[in-house]
Write a protein that binds this ligand. Structure first.
Ligand code: CP
Ligand code: NVA
Length: 305
């Protein structure tokens, strides 16, 4: 059985198959209206969500399946009963578990005891479903991902980690541009570099956009992620030079802009850019549903054979 915890253990062809299925799900929804008939999927959240919760619920419904929402009313998973028992019980009723958790280790433990696929819908380290939607969206504008240069600008976080890993798997060029001390950690970079060596891709870190050329896509995310209590006002000074605004768009010549959302307008991105012609942010949000459905179909069907 295969889980989706970080994408690290996925091959280029596996990822390409998921993206191709997502594209077909988007183009031909009627073909798949019974694809998850009789199947139930747990969607579990220790943290808030708009896009992930709604795209899972509506997406699973569109495949004829049933989504069961569990929130964190009992605190972090493991406080009322062990993660082991949680996973073992859920596996008796559901066909997959999608979970958003504080600590990646919770997902690792869950996957050890679950008898059904466990899918990471955001943790402190990764956001793989987001990265899949991001590259699906980029592919809608670029036929050859190996020719794409994506520059992530802002805080090096879970979203950045997954972009680097998936970009490396797919053979793209990904540069993470963050203030010193806020870039992705050395271990993730090392893993992404190893994957890029296999695909012919390129991953790099920088603390400014200076000297970077041929950037096609600019991407940003919040400067303060969920689980970090630092008030946004406290980090403005450090991050303001990394704001995606019209001047940055003009100076880089980037043709598309992405943001995973929730966005803080006039902080990490200006409204002018977010609502402007280069923004493909709402396509990106829509595509969350198609890639998650592709992941669910792939992992659940694989498991049933
Ligand atoms: N991008 C994303 O995961 O959004 P939510 O936090 O609203 O689910
Ligand atoms: N980095 C952000 C992503 C939100 C979708 C967070 O973890 O809060």
């Amino acid at each position: 059985m295969q889980h989706l915890l970080s994408l690290k253990d996925y091959s280029k062809s596996q990822v390409e198959q998921i993206l191709a299925l997502a594209k077909d799900l988007k183009a031909n929804p009627d073909k798949y209206s019974d694809a998850l008939k009789g199947k139930s999927v747990i969607t579990l959240f220790e943290k808030p969500s708009l896009r992930t919760r709604v795209t899972l619920d509506i997406g699973i419904n569109r495949l004829g399946g049933h989504a069961v929402y569990l929130d964190s009313q009992n605190g972090a998973m493991g406080s009322r009963e062990s993660v082991q028992d949680f996973a073992a019980n859920l596996s008796r009723w559901a066909h997959a578990i999608v979970a958003r958790v504080y600590d990646h280790q919770t997902l690792v433990e869950m996957s050890e005891y679950a008898k059904v696929p466990v899918i990471n819908s955001l943790c402190n380290l990764y956001h793989p479903c987001q990265a899949l939607a991001d590259f699906m969206t980029i592919a809608e504008h670029h036929d050859d991902l190996s020719k794409v240069h994506l520059a992530y600008v802002g805080d090096g976080n879970n979203v950045t980690n997954s972009l680097l890993l998936l970009g490396a798997i797919l053979g793209a060029t990904v540069t993470s541009v963050c203030p010193r001390g806020r870039n992705v950690d050395a271990q993730v970079l090392k893993e992404a570099e190893a994957l890029a060596a296999l695909s012919g891709g390129k991953v790099q870190v920088a603390d400014s956009l200076e000297g970077l050329t041929d950037i096609d896509v600019l991407y940003t995310d919040t400067w303060v992620s969920m689980g970090d209590d630092t008030p946004l006002e406290q980090v403005i000074e450090v991050f303001m030079p990394y704001q995606i605004n019209q001047a940055m768009l003009d100076s880089t010549g980037a043709t598309q802009v992405l943001h995973c959302q929730p966005a803080h307008r006039e902080m990490e991105i200006t409204s002018e850019v977010m609502d402007g012609p280069a923004s493909i942010i709402l396509d990106q949000a829509e595509n969350r549903m198609h890639v998650q459905n592709a992941v669910l179909l792939t992992l659940i069907n694989r498991d049933m054979h």
